[in-house]
Design a protein around this ligand. Structure first.
Ligand SMILES: [Fe+2]
Length: 231
């Protein structure tokens, strides 16, 4: 039987093939199938075991990354956050993304920018965004998604950990997308917020965010992937 992670990877290849080409159009059917497969992925499918989680909990780095696959179209990785730590607000410029919790519990604040921004946003620039209702995700929760326009920024806190989630991002960070130049990850902090009268119960408030330098106390270690091979 084909390993679940291999089936997922093949579907990601179908969904995001030639992602960087001008005129790329996402096929909703493929995207939905990828989400369906993502929802079924477990810690066992990628060999994320107790030994790894116990090791991480006693390390200094607040976050650990296991890279599974990357080409110019998409990347699959596992992120592991230690208990009580928060991955600060950051963006995913021009990207589609899936996040599936496979261990522990995280709380996520999603933000949607009110105006389209360039792929590289300069330091200290202020942007307006809508903050969505926070969500808590555990290993039985469905994957959450982000798109180039919707919920493109998020802040992730581990409330029961270590918490691990599988991520698919397309295209990966820094890959030149349609000739618009490199796309680094930008970090933000909240400057001010105001309650909003809106018809959408999903939106909590309007916030002003400012671009900050990568937080020095938030760094990551990396571990080798030990799950089933993809090729
Ligand atoms: Fe992220």
């Amino acid at each position: 039987m084909t390993a679940a992670i291999k089936t997922l990877w093949k579907q990601a290849l179908n969904t995001f093939e030639e992602r960087g080409n001008v005129g790329f159009k996402l096929c909703q059917k493929n995207f939905d199938k990828l989400r369906y497969l993502m929802n079924k992925i477990t810690a066992e499918d990628v060999n994320l075991n107790k030994q790894i989680l116990d090791f991480i909990q006693v390390q200094h780095a607040p976050m650990w990354v296991i890279d599974i696959f990357e080409n110019k179209d998409f990347a699959i990785s596992i992120f592991i956050l230690k208990h009580g730590f928060t991955m600060p607000i950051h963006d995913h410029p021009g990207m589609y993304g899936f996040l599936k919790v496979i261990s522990g519990v995280v709380q996520i604040n999603n933000y949607t920018l009110k105006a389209n921004e360039d792929h590289t946003i300069r330091l200290n620039k202020e942007v307006m965004a809508l903050r969505h209702k926070p969500i808590s995700l555990h290993s039985n929760s469905p994957a959450c998604t982000l798109t180039p326009k919707d919920k493109n920024l998020h802040e992730i806190t581990c409330i029961e950990g270590p918490a691990a989630f599988l991520d698919i991002l397309s295209p990966p960070y820094d890959v030149d997308d349609s000739g618009k130049g490199p796309r680094p990850c930008t970090f933000f902090k909240t400057v001010s917020s105001s309650k909003l009268c809106t018809d959408s119960p999903d939106i909590v408030e309007e916030v002003k965010l400012v671009v900050i330098e990568g937080p020095p106390d938030f760094y990551s270690g990396s571990l080798k992937y030990t799950g089933p091979p993809l090729m």
